[in-house]
Ligand binder design. Structure first.
Ligand SMILES: Cc1cc2nc3c(=O)[nH]c(=O)nc-3n(C[C@H](O)[C@H](O)[C@H](O)COP(=O)(O)O)c2cc1C
Length: 350
């Protein structure tokens, strides 16, 4: 039977991928408490629909940092997509383009920024900052010349999370898959991980904002304190993210800290959130708690693993339809209509 939802794609992807590759994508850090909680936390929030609202003309379209998107869901940066499917990031970009949304390309991508630019997909570039300033500058130059609309600076990875699934399966990124932005025959993935700078601070943010000339979002904010610092240091947006539970285990589910960040930002910049999004109703809950949009990492990745571009496109289309239906059923005609009163915390389990 044709897969009906993200869960079906997740199951099929688990069948298609090798145990090692599946563990790489599905896994998280340490005991995977945060990985599981990202998904479970959405169930601790309940929708409060309003009835007898005319939703005959309902749209999922919105804007994010001034970019038009068909829905408040973007494709999160996920490394090494050719491990999931030979067409990798190019297929994901084409799927995002067909779905009318933005693809965020990882620094650790198996396609070059120029190859993604050639798809003409709406695109942002996720940036890791390296010890070697020249490497960082070169990446920013590739993002600029490739027409990427924003930089997404990931700040939750001064060191790599402890991913024990990969150790148990002895998984390693295949040697022939190089990080494309650094050129053929360049550094191995491990060498690149080791080059990510552990000394990045908020002051660097100001410099990156002014030097890059691109709008900059900070990805990995989990507290009001850091949300305020992001505003004060010139970020144009923040992404509430715990890296899909892959970095520091034991932090809160992102949906549970979203409101704290939204309140701290106080409308100065846009707030996005990622982690655990599997259903259109998850997206509507995030909108109600103040997010402009969500990013989805694993959901479209499972589609890519199952059926390349077509699979990723279908997952994005399923999610768009689910968002549309959730908006109508909750009594809203557009993402902008979703106000705080549309969610409440579920009663505590007894
Ligand atoms: C296999 C994998 C690789 C990832 N690679 C990156 C990356 O290179 N850069 C980054 O900022 N985030 C990366 N992330 C985190 C995602 O951007 C996003 O925060 C996370 O996947 C959201 O959770 P979800 O998968 O439950 O949607 C990765 C996530 C996964 C699952």
């Amino acid at each position: 039977m044709e897969p009906l939802n993200v869960w079906d794609y997740e199951r099929l992807a688990a069948e298609r991928l090798s145990v090692g590759a599946h563990g790489y994508y599905a896994g998280g850090a340490d005991d995977e408490v945060t990985l599981r909680d990202n998904v479970e936390a959405f169930r601790r929030w309940r929708l409060r629909p309003r009835m007898l609202v005319d939703v005959a003309t309902c749209t999922t379209a919105t804007t994010v940092l001034g970019h038009d998107v068909s829905m408040p869901l973007l494709v999160a940066p996920v490394a090494f997509q050719r491990v999931a499917h030979p067409d990798g990031e190019v297929a994901m970009a084409l799927a995002a383009k067909a779905a009318g949304t933005i693809m965020c390309l990882s620094t650790l991508s198996t396609s070059t920024p120029a190859e993604i630019a050639a798809t003409e997909a709406p695109r942002w570039f996720q940036l890791y900052v390296f010890r070697d300033e020249g490497m960082t500058r070169d990446l920013i130059a590739q993002a600029r010349s490739g027409g990427f609309g924003a930089l997404v600076l990931t700040i939750d990875a001064p060191t790599r999370g402890n991913r024990e699934r990969d150790v148990r399966t002895a998984f390693a990124i295949p040697e022939d898959l190089r990080i494309a932005a650094f050129g053929r025959g360049g550094m191995t993935p491990q060498q690149v991980f080791d080059e990510v700078s552990p000394s990045l601070t908020w002051h660097d943010l100001e410099r990156l904002c002014s030097e890059s000339g691109l709008p900059l979002l900070v990805k990995g904010v989990l507290t009001a304190e850091d949300a305020k610092l992001a505003c004060e240091h010139g970020a144009h947006g923040v992404v509430v993210s715990n890296h899909g539970g892959r970095q520091l285990d034991g932090v809160s589910a992102t949906i549970d800290v979203l409101e704290e960040v939204v309140e701290a930002v106080d409308g100065r910049i846009e707030v996005l959130v990622d982690g655990g999004v599997r259903r259109g109703t998850d997206v509507v809950k995030a909108l109600a708690l103040g997010a402009r949009a969500v990013l989805a990492g694993r959901a479209p990745l499972w589609g890519l693993a199952v059926d390349g571009e077509a699979g990723a496109r279908r997952v994005l289309e399923l999610l768009r339809r689910e968002i549309l239906s959730a908006l109508q059923l909750v009594g809203c005609s557009s993402p902008a209509d979703v106000t705080r009163d549309r969610v409440t915390r579920a009663p505590a389990a007894r």
